[in-house]
Design a protein around this ligand. Structure first.
Ligand SMILES: Cc1cc2nc3c(=O)[nH]c(=O)nc-3n(C[C@H](O)[C@H](O)[C@H](O)COP(=O)(O)OP(=O)(O)OC[C@H]3O[C@@H](n4cnc5c(N)ncnc54)[C@H](O)[C@@H]3O)c2cc1C
Length: 440
């Protein structure tokens, strides 16, 4: 799994001049790096040279955006344009997109490491979300769009000139995606979109949306998974028929979340990806990638919280000794570490299955789905526990903004809820893996 040997594919970096030179340097260096004055909490043994390179280069970019930057953005709600621009400048937005489109041609294993590293830098889920949709929502487009569509849709996203948001969730259907109500009706050379989406991240700054909509009316449903279609649309907030409203939220406030209202919003017919009715099948490709990325983001925030907690526990002296000398403080942190390490194995195992599925026929779509869902569940739970323990280890100061762990705790709830809740993953594993009766 993580120990697989891999020959460095230097050609993959040919479109990334800044990154390529770092890569070559990394490959000649011993496999270690320093993110703190002590040994890094997260163990990097066994990762591939590509993943180590990603970690080093992305850590370097993120070091320009300290915790204070994220605390300020969380308070102001202002989008972290600077991080997105820095990542785009060095070619990171297209990390998992094909080289012929300007991407790096790497996989979800490396993209997961990128999001993990961004989150662990203190940027948290908010920092990761500033690029997240551009990485996973473009996966089904890269795989299922025609060559002409790909050329039109992806290079500007990779360069950072455009940003994409992902439109699936709806207020009236929630997790029951197959019942979604937003419709796309063919009208000559156009589709007219009507309906409502909710919780759409980054829609305020996005120029494009990857949209799942119904092309077969709900009342005519016969095969629910064959009646949705995927579109890559212009998201033109000045055009008639499109409106949005920002949602006030608990954490990750630098990234806007929105309700979107479509009312006969017109998009060209060639915005359709694949064939009508294939949308659900196609979007699953992006959803499995998203579960891996979110698992990586969860791990990042969990390790960041643990690092802060252990530093505080070493330094804070009460009753004449460091609080970390008390087992009531030390043991939960040690347990949180082991849970994160276990979730880390599950996460990079899932990402590897995702990447190798197309090359290795022994890896089934079912195995990929089980691994990606399990990884997201385990990483989200491990991260939440680590963040909670970090707040508790800080005592009263855990509640103070200046120690940042309260921000991490608020953000660590997101991977437990989205893109699929923990309950729905338990339902999926109970039914599909354990063969128990469907509970919903
Ligand atoms: C910060 C944030 C960012 C997001 N970004 C995006 C985005 O960019 N694009 C997008 O499309 N969506 C986005 N989402 C939406 C997210 O994917 C959904 O919130 C999530 O899928 C849950 O759907 P819901 O909120 O409608 O919950 P509901 O479907 O209303 O479910 C509510 C609760 O009931 C539980 N439940 C429901 N049915 C069952 C059952 N049968 N068995 C057990 N439990 C059940 C659920 O697990 C959940 O806990 C985002 C959400 C958040 C919070």
């Amino acid at each position: 799994m993580l120990l697989k040997s891999i020959s460095p594919c230097l050609s993959a970096s040919s479109h990334l001049p800044a990154v390529a030179s770092q890569w070559r340097t990394v490959l000649q260096r011993p496999r270690s790096f320093s993110v703190s004055c002590r040994r890094p909490i997260m163990e990097m043994s066994g990762f591939t040279p590509e993943q180590v390179m990603v970690r080093e280069a992305v850590s370097k970019i993120c070091s320009n955006f300290p915790d204070e930057y994220w605390a300020e953005r969380d308070e102001s709600g202002e989008y972290p344009h600077e991080l997105h621009a820095s990542l785009a400048k060095d070619g990171w937005i297209g990390i998992a997109l094909p080289e012929e489109l300007g991407g790096a041609g790497l996989g979800i294993s490396e993209a997961t490491m990128m999001l993990h590293t961004i989150s662990e830098s203190g940027a948290g889920i908010a920092g990761a979300q500033s690029v997240h949709a551009n990485v996973y929502a473009t996966q089904p487009v890269a795989k299922f769009a025609s060559p002409a569509q790909r050329q039109k849709m992806l290079p500007k996203l990779i360069k950072g000139e455009w940003r994409a948001c992902f439109g699936i969730t709806e207020p009236s259907t929630g997790l029951e995606t197959l019942k979604l109500r937003t419709t796309a009706k063919r009208d000559g050379d156009f589709y007219k979109i009507s309906g409502q989406k909710i919780w759409i991240s980054s829609a305020q700054v996005a120029q494009k949306m990857v949209l799942l909509a119904r092309t077969t009316p709900l009342k005519e449903i016969t095969r629910p998974s064959k009646e949705l279609s995927l579109f890559f649309i212009d998201f033109d907030k000045t055009a008639p028929g499109l409106d949005l409203r920002r949602i006030k939220k608990m954490g990750g406030r630098a990234i806007d979340a929105n309700e979107i209202f479509f009312d006969n919003y017109r998009v060209p017919a060639d915005s359709l990806i694949g064939a009508e009715g294939q949308g659900f099948e196609i979007v699953l490709h992006g959803m499995n990638a998203e579960r891996c990325l979110l698992a990586g983001e969860a791990l990042g925030i969990g390790y960041a919280a643990l690092k802060r907690a252990t530093e505080y526990a070493r330094e804070r002296v009460v009753f004449g000794r460091p609080i970390g000398q008390n087992q009531a403080i030390q043991h939960p942190l040690a347990a949180a570490y082991m849970n994160l390490e276990a979730a880390k194995l599950a996460t990079y195992h899932a990402a590897r299955l995702y990447d190798e599925n197309s090359k290795d026929s022994s890896i089934t779509q079912y195995a990929v789905g089980v691994a990606c869902n399990s990884a997201k569940y385990l990483a989200a739970e491990a991260a939440f526990t680590a963040c909670e323990q970090a707040v508790l280890a800080h005592g009263g100061m855990g509640y103070a903004q200046e120690y940042h762990v309260e921000r991490y705790l608020r953000e660590s709830l997101v991977p437990r809820i989205a893109p699929v809740s923990k309950e729905m993953i338990l339902n999926f594993v109970g039914e599909k893996v354990l063969g128990l009766p469907r509970s919903y």
